[in-house]
Design a protein around this ligand. Structure first.
Ligand code: FAD
Length: 376
C-alpha cells in the first residue's frame, strides 16, 4: 500500500494492559519519536483494580486512590482475623480514574499517539508489517501490534471455570466499617449452592462507604439474580437493621483458565488477559500486566516461573472438581500462614523453601489427589 502511513506500534485495546504498555513504551527514551496507534472499541466496563505491592514498588502510584496496610480474613465459622501485611500494602485504582488520566492528560500530551475508535476484525502479518482491518472498513498498517483481543479458542472447551462477581458500592448512614482493613475473603455465609465456592469481599473506602461483593468460583453461567440473593443474605447477616444508599454496581467475570499465548514471537504480540497475565487461581492481573509491559518494552525475558503454573493447575483442579473443599482449605491456609506471606506466594515471590512450608501446613492427601487428577 504505497503512501500508507506505517505506525511503529499499534496497540489494540485501550484497557488495563494496552494503556500500561502505552505508558511504559514512552518511558523508554529511544521510543520518544515513535508513532503509536491506539485502537479501541470504546466499550469500557467499570472495574475496581486492586493489587498489593511493597512500599515504593507500586504500579502507577499517582493513580492510587486508597491504600490499606491490613487485611481481614473471615472463616467459615465467622472467626475474623486481621493482620498487618507489612512491607506490602493493598491498593485501589478505580478504572474511571485510570481512563480519565490517559484520555484527558497523557494522550493529549503526546502528539505521537493517534487514537482510533472501532472494532478490529483482522490482523494479518506480512513479512514486514501487520495489516489491521476494522469492522467499519478502515484499515491501518503497523510494524508491530500489541494485541489484547482474547482469542476465540480461549473461550472454547466448556465448561469454563470462572470467578463471577457482583457487588454494590454503598454508603451507610453511620460509621460501621473498619476503613483500615480490606476483607479479602469472608467465607462465613453458608454455601447456598453446591456448584459454587462462595465468599464475600469488602473494600472499605471510609467508615461508611464500601464496595461489598459476592464472589463465586463456578463452572456455571453468570447468574445475577442468584448473586443478588446471596448478597442480601450477607447484608442481613452482617449489617442487619443498618440503612445505606446504593451508589453503583460492579459486575464481572474472570476466566480461571491457564492461557498459553501461541504467537508470542511474531509481529503480533498478545498482551493482558490474552497473554495469560490474569493469574488463573485468583483473578489478579494488574501488576502482572504492568510487569509484562515493562519486560516487553525493554525486550527482557519473561519472568514467569513454571512451578507457579503447576501450583495453579492443582488449585484449579480442586476448584473445578471439588468446589466445596475450598472454604476449608482457605480457613486452614489463613489460620496457619501469615497473610503477608500468602500474598507473596500469590504474587509468585516466595522461594521453594517457603512454598514447601506453606504446602506442609495444608491437607497433603487432598493436594496429592488433585495433583494426580489435574488436567495438563
Ligand atoms: C469487574 C472486574 C474487576 C477486576 N478487578 C481486578 C482487580 O481488582 N485486580 C486485578 O489485578 N485484576 C482485576 N480484574 C482482572 C483484570 O485486571 C481485568 O480484567 C483487566 O481489565 C484485564 O485487562 P486487559 O487489558 O486484558 O482487558 P481489558 O481491560 O478488558 O481491555 C481490553 C480492551 O480491548 C478492547 N477490545 C476488545 N476487543 C477489541 C476489538 N476486537 N477491537 C478493538 N478493541 C477491542 C476492549 O473494549 C477493552 O477496552 C478484574 C476484572 C473484572 C472483569
Amino acid at each position: 500500500m504505497k503512501g500508507t502511513r506505517i505506525y511503529d506500534l499499534a496497540i489494540v485495546g485501550a484497557g488495563a494492559a494496552g494503556l500500561q504498555l502505552l505508558y511504559e513504551y514512552f518511558q523508554l527514551a529511544e521510543n520518544i519519536d515513535k508513532q503509536v496507534l491506539l485502537i479501541d472499541s470504546g466499550d469500557r466496563t467499570k472495574k475496581s483494580w486492586c493489587f498489593w505491592a511493597e512500599k515504593g514498588h507500586e504500579s502507577f502510584p499517582f493513580l492510587i486512590e486508597k491504600s490499606w496496610s491490613q487485611i481481614t480474613y473471615c472463616s467459615t465459622q465467622g472467626r475474623k482475623q486481621t493482620q498487618e501485611i507489612n512491607p506490602q500494602q493493598y491498593h485501589y485504582i478505580p478504572s474511571e480514574h485510570f481512563f480519565n488520566y490517559f484520555f484527558d492528560q497523557y494522550i493529549p500530551a503526546h502528539s505521537q499517539i493517534t487514537v482510533e475508535f472501532g472494532w478490529v476484525k483482522n490482523l494479518t502479518e506480512t513479512s514486514e508489517n501487520v495489516d489491521i482491518e476494522l469492522i467499519n472498513g478502515k484499515s491501518f498498517v503497523a510494524e508491530r501490534v500489541a494485541n489484547s483481543i482474547i482469542e476465540k479458542s480461549i473461550n472454547l472447551g466448556e465448561p469454563i471455570l470462572s470467578q463471577h462477581f457482583w457487588g454494590k458500592f454503598i454508603e451507610f448512614d453511620s460509621d460501621v466499617l473498619n476503613s483500615e482493613s480490606v476483607t479479602i475473603m469472608d467465607f462465613s455465609q453458608k454455601q447456598l449452592n453446591p456448584e459454587y465456592a462462595l465468599f464475600h469481599y469488602i473494600l472499605p473506602f471510609t467508615s461508611r462507604k464500601a464496595l461489598i461483593e459476592t464472589t463465586v468460583f463456578s463452572t456455571q453461567a453468570y447468574n445475577e439474580p442468584e448473586y443478588e440473593k446471596m448478597w442480601n443474605v450477607y447484608m442481613e447477616e452482617n449489617f442487619a437493621g443498618l440503612s445505606y444508599q446504593i451508589i453503583d454496581i460492579e459486575r464481572g467475570t474472570i476466566p480461571m483458565k491457564q492461557i498459553k499465548p501461541s504467537s508470542a514471537r511474531g509481529r503480533v504480540i498478545p498482551i493482558g488477559t490474552s497473554a495469560g497475565n490474569v493469574k488463573p487461581s485468583t483473578g489478579y492481573a494488574f501488576t502482572r500486566m504492568h510487569r509484562d509491559a515493562i519486560e516487553l518494552v525493554n525486550k527482557q525475558k519473561k519472568t514467569k516461573k513454571a512451578r507457579y503454573s503447576f501450583y495453579d493447575s492443582i488449585l484449579l483442579n480442586m476448584i473445578q472438581k471439588e468446589n466445596q473443599v475450598i472454604p476449608k482449605v482457605m480457613d486452614r491456609l489463613f489460620s496457619k500462614m501469615k497473610f503477608a506471606n500468602i500474598l507473596r506466594f500469590l504474587d509468585e515471590k516466595t522461594n521453594i523453601g517457603e512454598e514447601l512450608k506453606l504446602f506442609s501446613q495444608l491437607q497433603i492427601p487432598l493436594f496429592l489427589k488433585h495433583l494426580l487428577t489435574r488436567n495438563r
